[in-house]
Design a protein around this ligand. Structure first.
Ligand SMILES: [Zn+2]
Length: 734
């Protein structure tokens, strides 16, 4: 008997709790072929499973919008029904614990999710053909009827029959490639260590492969046909990242190979499918643009690679604990950044992440471990950004040796298993003899972060600095008072001294013995605590800090604070000097933003002087500020020159955007001409079209209409420093 229920899309929330299982899925043998014209998948899957409880009478598989054509249990045709979300297969008699079955399901479907077709069409006749999947969070069930929640692990086999000139990629080792009838070829991939089903992946189509080896395993990359010139420049660091993570963790990269596929129109930034990551092709570096992007796709590559340990080898048991995947992948991006690009770069990224997280009102009241969601990544900013920050604080508090000892122990004791946060707490305590219950209570199960208001006085007679610290966050619901170790640094004319303190009350006071009046008082030196800080200091102290603080976050804080101080020539001069001379480019950029915020002729002069900066990403920030200087017609002329003469496309693009804000009389003419200029990935054309949109001049409309569809979709979506909002990997190139 066949009961098929037809429906379009089922509105359904991701499950916040892991299910109780009726069976343990042990192997899924999946054979697929495709009808491209109908965007259809034809499949046969055989599930080998063992029953986990007494008296089970049916076996349920997640299955959405698939047409089931037959089901057999251990070789015999079986009765089944389908519901909107399940295929339910009847057993002949109630099963006993431990009974094993092979369930073979034949089906077909035109998946609305999970599996995607990218094909040429009349606008893009040359587009390489691609079929690829995206399983996370609960979308594998849209193209395979399967147990589809992370709390089970299975080996998988993916057998793909595709046109002979296609390439395929799936999890694990390639067992065989066999020519089959009708000009087709069958690829057989086997993932021999169990993994969760949201990590099942296939990529098939017109791709170009490059191959190298790392410690004896294949490391491969697949880019859409015709873009092979982008591979080397984009993925150059992958083998060294494999070294870095393997050595840092003391746990070797765990899978049979590492493949990265770069696909068009990917629905997320990247996805850490077991041993076979899929990334968006829009993150591939164009060789002509590579020199003007600092870290290229390293952030994305490092994030997805880190997931091969945190996410794939050790997997969250339920979506409420997703930070155990995403917080780790996010923080390991930062660790790669620190290793490859230096401590200043990593510190600057953390400083930026801190500010953006602290400013997000929606995330603040929600704990990282949270079950109140519709979509597993609804609070992505917590499980990614705050998750990474919490691990950073843990590393600061434990110290590097203990932190990495704990990571290794956590991976080794939970290898091949599904975890909740308590497993991490236990591993840390076992490895380091440090009780971290209070730390986890406030940062992981509690919400928010401290909002500090700090001030100090100096007692000349007693030679003492008296510091008052208030926690001004509203204590309510899951937000409490925080107990945090904080490092103070006090600089006098003769001395620079550190004082460790612990802040725990709504209002605390501390006194410090010093040898003279302080020149600089730093609260939480080097930005080791996720927090906001309101520290009332006079401009001269902020200026001293901007010039003399040793760490990037402390100087960046100073630049930001000075940006709020108008009508002070000394402030403008100090920011101007920092914009030209600070040793780290990020401080130069922050000083420029502060000057742009202050405005006025003096600030403008300093910004124009900074156009001499050799780093294009600093010049870009200077040019961005110029859009606001509307009283001086010479600025528009300067922007025109920058557009014509700067070596970097990102700076030329910023000049177009600022021209659109300036609105000089010849703006439409200039921008229309810019639309006609060819450039790598259409960068100038896209920037010119955007600028025409900003300009809002009717004379630009015909250009927008003509060119609106002419720019490739991937190119339009690309942004130098953008981070796609969704997806695992929902990270982009930094
Ligand atoms: Zn991720």
């Amino acid at each position: 008997m066949v009961v098929a229920v037809a429906f379009a899309t089922v509105a359904r929330a991701d499950e916040p709790y892991a299910r109780s299982r009726d069976y343990d899925l042990q192997n899924a043998r999946i054979a697929l072929s495709f009808n491209l014209d109908q965007r259809k998948v034809m499949g046969e899957v055989t599930h080998t499973l063992a029953v986990l409880r007494e008296g089970v009478t049916q076996l349920a598989f997640d299955s959405v919008a698939l047409t089931i054509t037959s089901v057999a249990v251990s070789g015999k045709p079986a009765k089944y029904v389908t519901t909107a979300t399940q295929l339910q297969v009847a057993l002949d008699r109630p099963a006993r614990t431990g009974d094993k079955f092979d369930v073979t399901i034949r089906y077909e479907g035109q998946p609305g999710k999970g599996l995607y077709f990218v094909l040429p069409d009349k606008n893009y006749p040359d587009r390489p053909k691609q079929v690829w999947t995206q399983g996370e969070s609960e979308d594998t069930r849209y193209y395979i009827p399967i147990y589809d929640y992370p709390n089970d692990r299975t080996t998988t086999e993916m057998i793909l029959t595709v046109p002979r000139d296609w390439v395929t990629v799936s999890n694990g080792r390639l067992l065989s490639v066999t020519d089959t009838a009708g000009g087709m070829r069958t690829w057989d991939w086997r993932q021999s260590q169990p993994h969760s089903t949201y990590l099942i992946s296939l990529v098939a189509g017109e791709f170009e492969e490059t191959k190298e080896t790392w410690r004896g395993i294949p490391v491969t990359n697949y880019v859409p046909r015709g873009r092979a010139d982008r591979t080397a420049v984009t993925v150059a660091h992958t083998p060294r990242m494999l070294d870095f993570y393997s050595d840092l963790l003391g746990v070797r990269y765990p899978w049979d190979k590492y493949a990265q596929s770069w696909v068009d129109d990917f629905v997320v930034g990247g996805m850490e499918n077991t041993s076979a990551t899929t990334n968006t092709s829009s993150s591939l570096s164009h060789p002509q643009l590579a020199a003007e992007t600092l870290q290229k796709a390293d952030g994305l590559i490092a994030h997805e690679l880190a997931h091969q340990w945190f996410g794939d080898l050790v997997t969250c048991k339920d979506w409420a604990n997703l930070w155990l995947n995403e917080g780790f992948a996010t923080y390991f991006e930062t660790l790669w950044e620190e290793h490859q690009y230096g401590a200043d770069e990593a510190a600057y990224s953390l400083w930026q992440n801190r500010n953006s997280w602290m400013n997000n009102q929606r995330l603040y009241p929600v704990p990282m471990v949270n079950r109140n969601f519709e979509d597993a990544t609804e609070y992505a900013g917590n499980i990614y950004g705050k998750g990474g920050w919490v691990l950073h604080m843990l590393r600061q508090q434990l110290g590097d040796a203990e932190f990495y000892r704990a990571m290794k122990h956590y991976l080794e004791t939970n290898r091949g298993q599904n975890v909740v946060t308590a497993d991490l707490v236990k591993a840390i305590e076992q490895a380091t003899a440090t009780n971290v219950d209070q730390f986890f209570d406030q940062w992981v199960y509690g919400a928010g972060a401290p909002r500090f208001k700090v001030g100090y006085t100096y007692d000349e007679a007693a030679r003492q600095v008296k510091l008052t610290v208030e926690q001004t966050q509203k204590v309510e619901d899951r937000v409490g008072l925080f107990r945090v170790p904080v490092e103070m640094e006090i600089t006098t004319a003769a001395d620079r001294k550190n004082f460790p303190i612990t802040v725990a009350q709504a209002k605390d006071t501390f006194t410090f013995a010093v040898d003279g009046p302080p020149l600089m008082v730093l609260f939480d030196k080097a930005n080791k605590v996720l927090k906001s800080l309101e520290f009332n200091k006079p401009p001269k102290e902020w200026i001293y800090q901007l010039r003399n603080a040793a760490t990037v976050p402390d100087r960046a804080d100073a630049a930001k604070a000075l940006g709020e101080m108008r009508h002070d020539e000394e402030v403008v001069t100090a920011l101007g000097q920092a914009a030209l001379k600070d040793a780290f480019w990020g401080i130069r950029a922050e000083a420029l933003r502060a000057l742009g915020h202050i405005g006025g002729p003096s600030a403008q002069k300093q910004i124009l002087a900074a156009l001499a900066n050799e780093k294009p990403w600093v010049r870009q920030v200077a040019v961005e500020q110029m859009g606001n200087f509307k009283d001086d017609p010479s600025v528009a002329t300067r922007l025109e020159t920058i557009f014509r003469e700067d070596k970097a496309y990102r700076v030329r693009n910023a000049a177009l955007a600022s021209l659109a804000q300036q609105k000089p009389a010849n703006a439409v003419e200039l921008l229309r001409a810019a639309v006609g200029i060819d450039s790598p990935d259409d960068r100038l054309r896209i920037a010119a079209l955007r600028a025409l949109g900003t300009l809002g001049d009717d004379r630009g409309v015909p250009v927008l209409v003509v060119h609106g569809g002419a720019v490739s979709r991937g190119a339009l979506r690309h942004d130098y420093r953008s981070r796609p909002a969704r997806g695992c990997g929902r990270c982009g190139p930094a």
